[in-house]
Design a protein around this ligand. Structure first.
Ligand code: AGP
Length: 628
């Protein structure tokens, strides 16, 4: 998940680009760079770490050109370093990229066979090589890009410039957002509008597989086949509140769209980028207390965490509502990766049911607010019985955070919408990290398996952006919901808690009755509910349980049930039995839940909004239930 800025116009590109990257730094900040025309060539400056490191380098640089591109990176392929920072340059071609090139290995192999001198570990550099090859043949940047675009698979937003045509910039995308800001005799191409808002409020949104040629004082957009396209220009007239919502109609929608960033922020502190494994950071089991975490010795702290993970023999996860469903996902992950028994309980039951609390149990609480009364009571009960406790929360120094021995943070930023979204997916990312760390500490995961988990996690932000790009389909599917009397959300395995969460979103936002069920339970009762007015929302990724899930769907179909299914890629089997089919990118079984939940969030949001409900503050609910 990275930030991209491109500029062509009379202003100083260095100021415009760096200013824009600052607005996008939340999208990724492990390295940054610019490539700007100077003296007829494209001069590149890059720096590892925060944007301020690049600014320090640029303080001594000047550029006489009026064309440039810039990038702030969140590493997916290749460790954070100057060598892997964008822009990538091959010959006179300079390029920045947000996303993932899925077929990068075959591209790399072919390039090496053609003698390419590949200098980084990134997939992005390979695209620069492809464009550099093509400009020699096509003698034109746009034509070169049109050829290269056909070779790429994955999720990508790309800007490219060439010093032989210094009056133009070419942009193309398939997945992650790319927006064109139309100024007075100047053009901006950015990942998010806020990177250009200081200069213009007129924007054009690129759709997937479209190519933009920014030249002179204007822009032309083409289909991937080269047909010129007429694109609508949107004028954003934002008020202060909307700026706070970044132009989104509701906080909840903004927070749904922040999820790729929320997930990368949750993971970033805990991934050892050099070894591509998990190294939980500043957890504090050693008793430092929540106010001293920053001063902890990292190595000793990590050692202490591993000692706790190796010494306990069971885990109990306690939470409420959406956080409880995140805990259910955590159960599947920790049991599968660490081979340790995990119990999950709603806090309001746990605190009163006189649970059997054994000393070798780690109690993990999940709470976005860190103030939920039942969850706070649960962590106190665990501590009174001498158990180790670990809090996963979004608010540092909150009551639950202060009570816990160990501390992990969702790092999602303030979640204003009462219906929890970005905190939920961040918690799923944290549970992936915890399960992997548990597995490593207990010798249940090899280094290779741990790396597989980390690679799967690193891919999630870009995969999420691909899912978000299909929001219009989810809004259309939500319209279908108006004709149903009841809703059964179902899934198997680690998708079952996602079905529960999807049902909760519909309940708390659209005020419609929905039930979440384990799909294997259909024959034990719910099948009696099925008729043509019952909607079945089935979460059915292409995992080990897919065949069983599809047979559950066929049972419901045979009884007249109307099916909305979520599956991996273009799944013809699911399409053939579904009224609506929503595809998500192919992902690891342990990260599917982070992608599956997004369509469910958006369908509930759009339905509630079309029903005229107060989506950010649903009736009868509060953001934090600080009383029993
Ligand atoms: C979720 O959309 C609801 N807002 C609610 O279920 C919430 O998850 C629950 O109240 C727990 O809140 P917490 O995460 O702040 O403890």
């Amino acid at each position: 998940m990275c930030g991209i800025v491109g500029y062509l116009g009379p202003l100083n590109p260095k100021d415009v680009i760096v200013g824009g990257l600052k607005k996008l730094e939340y999208r990724g900040y492990d390295s940054a760079g610019v490539a700007i025309l100077d003296g007829g060539l494209v001069k590149r400056v890059r720096a590892e770490g925060k944007l301020r490191n690049l600014e320090a380098k640029l303080a001594h640089e000047s550029f006489d050109g009026h064309l440039g591109i810039g990038h702030t990176r969140w590493a997916t392929h290749g460790v954070p370093s100057e060598r892997n920072a964008h822009p990538h340059q091959v010959g006179g071609v300079s390029l920045v990229h947000n996303g993932i090139i899925e077929n990068y290995l075959e591209i790399k192999e072919a390039l090496l066979k053609r003698g390419a001198n590949i200098t980084s570990d990134t997939d992005s550099e390979l695209v620069a090589h492809l464009v550099a090859e093509q400009v020699k043949i096509q003698k034109d940047l746009l034509k070169a890009v049109q050829v290269v675009l056909k070779e790429l698979r994955g999720a990508f937003s790309i800007l490219v410039i060439w010093d032989q045509q210094p009056d133009r910039l070419v942009a193309f995308k398939d997945g992650p957002p790319l927006v064109i800001g139309l100024g007075e005799k100047q053009t901006f191409v950015v990942s998010d509008v806020q990177a250009a808002l200081n200069y213009t409020k007129k924007f054009m949104y690129l759709e997937d597989r479209e190519i933009a040629l920014v030249q002179g004082t204007g822009v032309q957009v083409f289909s991937s086949a080269g047909a010129p396209l007429q694109k609508p220009v949107v004028e954003l007239n934002w008020n202060a509140d909307q700026v706070e919502k970044k132009g989104y109609s509701h906080y909840m929608l903004k927070e749904i769209y922040e999820q790729p960033h929320a997930v990368s922020s949750a993971m970033a502190p805990h991934i050892d980028a050099t070894n591509q494994t998990v190294r939980l950071s500043k957890v504090g089991f050693g008793g430092a207390g929540v106010t001293h975490l920053e001063s902890l010795d990292a190595a000793k702290d990590w050692e202490q965490t591993q000692k706790i993970f190796a010494s306990v023999n069971r885990v109990t996860i306690v939470a409420c509502g959406t956080s409880y469903y995140a805990g259910l996902v955590g159960k599947y992950l920790i049991e599968a990766l660490a081979k340790i028994p995990v119990e999950v309980d709603v806090a309001s039951e746990f605190r009163y049911r006189k649970p059997v609390l054994l000393k070798d149990t780690l109690v993990i609480t999940v709470s976005q607010s860190g103030e939920t009364a039942d969850t706070l009571a649960a962590i106190r009960l665990a501590k009174e019985n001498g158990l180790q406790t670990l809090s996963i929360c979004n608010v540092r120094n909150s009551s639950i955070d202060r009570e816990a021995h160990g501390h992990l943070y969702m790092n999602s930023g303030p979640e204003v919408g009462v219906a929890s979204t970005k905190a939920f997916v961040s918690t799923l990312a944290i549970f992936n990290l915890v399960a992997t760390a548990f597995g490593q500490a207990r010798g249940q995961l090899s280094l290779g398996q741990a790396r597989e988990q980390v690679q799967a996690l690193l891919a999630v932000p870009s995969q999420m952006e691909v899912v978000l790009a299909y929001d219009k389909y989810f809004a259309d599917a939500a319209e279908d919901f108006k004709s149903f009397k009841g809703f059964l959300y179902m899934g198997r395995g680690v998708s079952y808690p996602i079905a529960l969460e999807g049902a909760l979103k519909l309940k708390e936002l659209a005020y419609l009755h929905a039930e979440g069920y384990a799909a294997g339970e259909m024959k034990h009762g719910p099948l009696a509910l099925i008729d043509e007015r019952m909607a079945i929302v089935m979460v059915a990724p292409s995992d080990d349980l897919f065949e069983k899930t599809v047979s559950n769907l066929e049972e419901a179909k045979a009884r007249g049930g109307k099916i909305i299914s979520i599956g991996t890629g273009e799944n013809e089997r699911l399409k053939s039995i579904s009224e609506r089919y929503l595809g998500i990118p192919k992902a690891h079984w342990s990260t599917n839940p982070l992608l599956e939940v997004v369509p469910l969030q958006l369908m509930a949001f759009h339905l509630a909004d079309s029903l005229g409900h107060d989506v950010d503050q649903p009736r009868n609910l509060a953001k934090s239930v600080t009383v029993e």
